[in-house]
Design a protein around this ligand. Structure first.
Ligand SMILES: [Cu+2]
Length: 466
């Protein structure tokens, strides 16, 4: 079955052909906003597997940057306007979603819900002001399994001039690839696995490289920004050969930085580490994955030069982001059940379908990114507090992501350490959690599993804030 219904796509292209969605472009010019970065979605090729080059890799390209294939790290500043013009040089529609950024709804990148499809040859102007500093990421919200699986996942760094200074920064974009031995793409998923934990890739990479090595000053302090952008893999990360503290999770500073031992991160999640490099030149530390039966190395850090003799205690805490705390005395409670479903209906859309339905939220299976008229899970009143009482009634983990709003995990039955406010919670099998939020950003906000096969086979829904 086609990932994208060609006939539907052509009809829609004809209907909207030639339109260049201006989005915020006119407003940007009127308001003296920054010139947009030109972000071109296009095909490229790169050597990811050992056996050969991968053709038809998708990437984002900033004007002027030659491609290693890895989408550029986009740098923004907390509280300052940022503009990007997406140009679509693919052969199918796309959009950009800015994962974790609490920005205006019209810039959220969800086709049908917040913006038109961006057809090949067309563009869309994004303009927004990120309110929070930290590590975030960007990806399409159209034919998402195929487009993300083909390479459209990039990291965003929102800088804050008040952040403590480090001796170096290393950004790691972690993901897998479904490639054969000669490097060509294979089927993006197996239906049998989509109905379980998800389909894993065959090649594991950081920044599109197998076990890359990064140099950093010996005895120096490095800010390592890690984003798990794979469509399926859950990592349990740990460090060998050096000490590190976890300083932020999913963009938000942790109140009390703690030593990295083993930390689970699911698709969509981020970790910021303060890493103290080994003392001696040429000494190495490795970031490893300990989930599964045999640990493996994600990336290596090699010490260079004379020791800077720094100490992890030299680093001041990161300033907090302005996330409102829910008023629990008035918060209405909303039950949310994640389940499997026996329902068989499949909706097709310009943004593709996997052709199966396996999952549901509150008994409704919906893949998102489709024109189907589904009701929101709940209509939230602007400014009011809510507690989502979410229950994972499945034997699989689900990284559940909420667009446009951050929430605080008040309690959960499968964990003792609670994260700072977040946009994605990795719900463990049979986990139940209470998620508190203030509905302070108006619009329709998607709420879905970030194992993309789960999302696209039914585990998606949305809230309406008005
Ligand atoms: Cu899931």
């Amino acid at each position: 079955m086609p990932m994208l219904d060609r006939r539907m796509f052509l009809q829609a292209s004809a209907a909207f052909g030639g339109a260049f969605a201006l989005g915020a472009g006119l407003a940007a010019k009127a308001g003296g906003a920054p010139d947009p970065q030109i972000l071109t979605a296009r095909f490229t090729e790169a050597r990811i597997a050992t056996g050969g080059t991968t053709p038809r890799l998708m990437t984002y390209d900033l004007s002027g940057t030659a491609g290693s294939g890895v989408p550029p790290v986009l740098r923004m500043r907390k509280g300052e306007p940022y503009a990007a013009r997406l140009i679509n040089r693919l052969d199918e529609p796309t959009t950009v979603h800015w994962h974790g950024l609490r920005i205006v709804n019209a810039m959220d990148g969800v086709p049908e819900m917040t913006q038109p499809y961006v057809y090949p040859g067309e563009g869309f102007d994004y303009l927004f002001t990120p309110p929070d500093a930290g590590t975030f990421w960007y990806h399409p919200h159209c034919n998402t399994l195929m487009q993300m699986g083909s390479g459209l996942t990039g990291v965003i760094v929102v800088e804050n001039p008040e952040d403590p200074a480090f001796d170096a920064e290393i950004v790691l974009n972690l993901r897998d690839w479904r490639l054969n031995a000669s490097g060509a793409f294979i089927a993006p998923f197996k239906p049998r696995d989509a109905a379980r934990g998800g389909t894993y890739g065959t090649v594991r990479t950081a920044n599109w490289q197998r076990e890359p090595v990064y140099d950093a000053p010996a005895g120096g302090l490095v800010r390592v920004r890690i984003a798990a952008t794979d469509v399926t893999r859950i990592y349990s990360i740990g460090l060998e050969g050096a000490a590190a503290r976890v300083i932020a999770l999913d963009g938000n500073p942790v109140e009390m930085p703690f030593a990295l031992d083993r930390l689970d991160i699911g698709p969509g999640q981020r970790v910021d580490l303060a890493l103290r490099m080994p003392e001696n030149e040429e000494s190495r530390a490795t970031l490893d994955n300990f989930r599964g039966s045999s640990p493996w190395t994600i990336a290596t850090f090699r010490a260079v030069g004379a020791s800077l003799k720094r100490d992890l205690r030299d680093i001041n805490p990161l300033p907090p982001n302005p996330v409102a705390e829910a008023d629990l005395s008035t918060a209405r409670r909303i039950p949310i059940d994640l389940t499997a479903t026996a329902e068989q209906g499949v909706s097709t859309s310009i943004c593709g379908t996997l052709g199966y339905t396996f999952w549901a939220i509150n008994k409704v299976p919906w893949p998102g990114d489709t024109p189907d008229p589904v009701a929101p899970i709940e209509e939230l009143k602007l400014g009011k507090s809510y507690v989502l009482e979410i229950a994972n009634r499945t034997p699989h983990a689900h990284p559940i992501h909420l667009h446009g709003l951050s929430f605080r995990v008040l309690a959960a039955n499968k964990r003792t350490v609670l994260p700072p406010p977040t946009d994605t919670i990795l719900l463990l099998p049979d986990e139940q959690a209470q998620l508190a939020l203030v509905a302070d950003n108006p619009g329709d906000w998607l709420f879905h599993c970030h194992i993309i096969e789960h999302q696209k086979t039914g585990m998606a829904a949305y809230f309406r804030v008005a």
